[in-house]
Design a protein around this ligand. Structure first.
Ligand code: SF4
Ligand code: SF4
Length: 362
């Protein structure tokens, strides 16, 4: 078993749990008034360790609302830039109250070297961030030299703000990409000004605050077997949380969640934490088998039963890892799991498909 930490070359900072908005679907449970945040020093140390990795490529600043960090955000982006890393900011664009303000803010981001800018836009953001702010931020980001500018749209069957709505609102025929789009796909075509403009689509998942939303808002997955897939992100794309903890991924908030909260980076080096995680049987089980198979494994080894109306693999993972008894069952059976993993890894390494390894679906 050998998951390679940072294998995808991406390191994300969930910079703060505070936000200017309180969206009812917020996966991370962020809202105004929450105060945990990463300091510039924490981010600098993390960037130092990350930049020494062979594949180090991209630092993502997400939240909460990272712009609440003020100057520390600009300092951290500049620091990563000086380490020759690309940088992405995910923001709700609350700062774009006029086109002029938006242009000033975007100019500052470009001056410190930001290469990718993502705006969150959907039905749940709209009550807090009106669409005209998105339009201001979008227009201000045109032709200023970003590698990509993206509208992150999470939607379900009843959503008003879906990709078609966005295309009509902005009057642009923007391509859609998803977490599973192939990098060489035709949709990844830069516009004439050198920037790739797109809508990044994701399905609503019943995790975080979205657990309380009406079921009708979610796109159900009738054939739950489609969610039976290994997780390519776990530890390959780790996260530093607002508490300074290392998370296994950015799929769900992982602070103090068994398996996925890998350790406290205030007390241990990030490299040490990730090295330990890459050998953990349950982390490897998520990587090679995925959360769906682990739920089945728990059911076969206990009287625990899981529901079967999940909307995505991360939602399964969230339910599984939050269930302390289920995690105990997995830990108690690590030896059997390790044997299964050896067999699956052998098949994978030798390019043999046994119907075990489906496509990644988040
Ligand atoms: S979804 Fe984004 S903008 Fe909305 S509350 Fe969460 S972090 Fe803030
Ligand atoms: S399946 Fe689990 S480990 Fe993988 S990205 Fe989702 S929450 Fe993270």
């Amino acid at each position: 078993m050998n998951i390679i930490p940072f294998n995808d070359g991406v390191f994300s900072f969930v910079t703060t749990d505070g936000c200017t908005a309180k969206c009812s679907h917020c996966l991370m449970n962020c809202k105004p008034g929450l105060k945990h945040k990463l300091s510039f020093e924490q981010m600098r140390k993390a960037i130092d360790q990350f930049s020494r990795k062979k594949n180090a490529n991209l630092v993502v600043f997400t939240g909460g609302e990272s712009t609440l960090l003020g100057e520390d955000l600009f300092r951290a982006i500049r620091y990563a830039t000086l380490k020759l890393l690309r940088t992405r900011l995910v923001t709700n664009a609350h700062w774009a109250s006029s086109l002029e303000r938006a242009r000033n803010y975007v100019r500052k981001l470009r001056e410190v070297g930001l290469t990718e800018l993502d705006f969150s836009v959907d039905d749940f953001h709209e009550p807090f961030v009106p669409l005209d702010k998105i339009r201001n931020a979008w227009l201000a980001s045109k032709g200023v030299g970003f590698d990509s500018v993206t509208l992150a749209n999470s939607f379900g069957p009843k959503s008003k703000i879906n990709p078609d709505f966005i295309r009509e609102y902005l009057g642009e025929n923007l391509p859609e990409v998803s977490p599973t789009s192939l990098p060489d796909s035709q949709v990844y075509k830069k516009s004439e000004d050198g920037t790739f403009y797109s809508i990044h689509i994701s399905t609503l998942q019943k995790s975080g605050r979205a657990e309380d939303l009406d079921s009708e808002l979610f796109r159900g997955v009738e054939n739950q077997e489609l969610l039976d897939c290994p997780c390519k992100w776990v530890v390959a794309e780790p996260v530093l949380s607002p508490l300074g903890h290392m998370w296994a991924c950015c799929g769900i908030p992982c602070d103090n969640i068994p398996i996925l909260d890998l350790g406290d980076a205030n007390k241990e080096r990030i490299d040490t934490i990730l090295k330990r995680a890459s050998k953990d049987v349950l982390i490897n089980a998520l990587h090679y088998l995925g959360p769906y198979k682990l739920c089945k494994f728990v059911e076969e080894h206990s009287d625990i039963r899981f529901k079967r109306n999940f909307c995505g693999a991360c939602e399964i993972c969230s339910v599984l890892t939050a269930n302390k008894k289920a995690v105990e069952v997995l830990r108690a059976n690590e030896k059997s799991l390790a044997a299964i993993l050896q067999a699956v890894k052998f098949l994978k390494d030798n390019g043999i498909s046994a119907g075990l390894l489906n496509k990644n679906v988040r």
